[in-house]
Design a protein around this ligand. Structure first.
Ligand code: HEM
Length: 407
């Protein structure tokens, strides 16, 4: 066990400048899996980094609340927090359970599976747009387009609108030291305004898309009102956008740096893809943390927690826990079982869109590796300046040009 404390700073986006700070995580898990982290402009928070304790906290929403203080470490002014609390991610049971029931049926594995062909077509058209160029930015031209096109398609809105919404979520997710609160809330308001228009349109003319179904979904005779619809819309666009993009961008970089694994996945795409998707999720962990707030005095592991204390559950740290995963630092494409936490700690907030995310990742990785067969990096990737979401912003690549496939 190390005797000298590793310098720990999980707030600075610099710590995440090349991906997760694996050395800091390791020191924390081994020495203080519930660690008191100072905060320059706040009271401080507990950083939870072991698999066991992240799970324990995530599964006790009655003690560790998402609504009390929101899901970001920095505290928002009361009126902003009130706004966030209209999203299921920032609710606690029983309110959370009601809303989750209202929409849960739209996100089951079976429902998601019905979209596989159409998601596959979207991937094909994205690759058709770049395949003749011979070089591109993997994030902007490929990985980033997929979630914005897919969410546009799921919601039944034009692709161009999906792309604009995606830009706005970028602003929302940037670290406080790179984007002002004003810019962040401005982006949020633009998305909610857009949602109100979409709801009105969908109520006037129903079709089979997610937005139409959300607009009329009912539990106990009650539907989502305009504000509730907007919050769901915002969350869907937000939660499914840069998470999926970062997974695809980051996963491809990891594979390009391990050519033998990339080759294995390329030659046995069908056989390996199901376990590879889970392992790439574990390895990349696009969501760095989610915050909870203790609503009463309690303990987590051996640590006493006081009512009102902030907790940050570090999913990427839990995903690297050697007590849980053999060869935790390695990418093992056929790892099974793989009890990773990239979609959350398994509590009530477990990612609603996980089934869609998995399909997007497997369709994109499968086609990318087979169609751009000799893909290679032409420069160093740059990473998102964020202490909340992890992934590359630019990944310059080249490949032998090929002809578009078309539909
Ligand atoms: C690689 C892709 C994705 C990752 C890594 C991811 C990760 C996460 C995580 C970590 C949470 C919070 C879990 C917790 O607090 O315990 C979450 C919640 C959520 N995600 Fe995802 N997500 C992804 C894709 C998607 C997609 C594609 C959608 C929508 C189509 C989506 C919609 C949501 C929603 C609505 C919630 C809130 C659920 C709730 O509070 O009940 N996510 N996701």
């Amino acid at each position: 066990m190390p005797t000298v404390a590793q310098s720990v700073d999980l707030l600075s986006s610099k710590s995440f400048a090349d991906g997760h700070p694996l050395e800091q995580y390791r020191w924390l898990r081994e020495n203080a899996p519930v660690y008191w982290h100072e905060e320059p402009d706040g009271p401080g928070f507990w950083a939870v980094t072991s698999h066991e304790l992240v799970r324990e906290a995530a599964k006790q929403p009655e003690v560790f609340s998402s609504a009390a203080g929101g899901i970001m470490i920095n505290d928002f002014p009361p009126e902003e927090l009130e706004f966030f609390r209209t999203m299921i991610l920032v609710m606690d049971p029983p309110k959370h359970s009601f809303y989750r029931r209202l929409v849960g049926g739209l996100f089951t594995p079976k429902r998601a599976e019905k979209w596989r062909d159409s998601i596959g077509d979207t991937v094909r058209s994205i690759l058709d747009e770049v395949c003749q160029q011979g070089e591109c930015d993997l994030v902007e031209d490929i990985a980033g387009k997929l979630p914005s096109y897919v969410i546009a398609e799921l919601l039944g809105i034009p692709r161009a609108d999906g792309s604009r919404l995606y830009e706005l979520t970028e602003t929302m997710h940037s670290a406080p030291d790179t984007v002002s609160d004003e810019q962040r809330f401005g982006a949020m308001r633009e998305i909610t305004g857009f949602a109100a228009e979409v709801r009105a349109r969908k109520l006037a003319e129903q079709s089979d898309d997610l937005a139409s179904r959300l607009a009329v979904a009912e539990v106990d005779g009650r539907r989502l009102d305009e504000q509730e619809f907007a919050s769901f819309f915002l969350l869907l666009v937000n939660a499914g956008g840069d998470t999926t993009r970062n997974l695809i961008g980051g996963a491809t970089v990891s594979l390009l740096r391990r050519p033998e694994l990339l080759e294995r996945l390329r030659t046995d795409t069908e056989g390996l893809m199901p376990t590879a998707v889970e392992e790439l999720l574990r390895f990349q962990s696009p969501v760095i943390y989610m915050r909870r707030t203790a609503v009463r005095d309690t303990t987590l592991g051996d640590t006493k927690i006081a009512a009102g204390d902030k907790m940050a559950l570090y999913f990427g740290a839990a995903n690297g826990d050697r007590d849980k995963f053999d060869r935790a630092d390695e990418l093992v494409l056929d790892r099974s079982p793989n009890d990773h936490m990239a979609f959350g700690g398994g509590g009530p907030h477990f990612c609603l869109g996980s089934n869609f995310g998995r399909i997007e990742i497997s369709e994109m990785m499968g086609q990318l590796l087979t169609r751009l067969g000799d893909l290679e990096l032409t420069g160093e990737p740059t990473w998102l300046a964020s202490n909340f979401i992890s992934g590359p912003t630019h990944v310059p690549v080249r490949f032998t040009p090929t002809k578009p496939i078309g539909h």
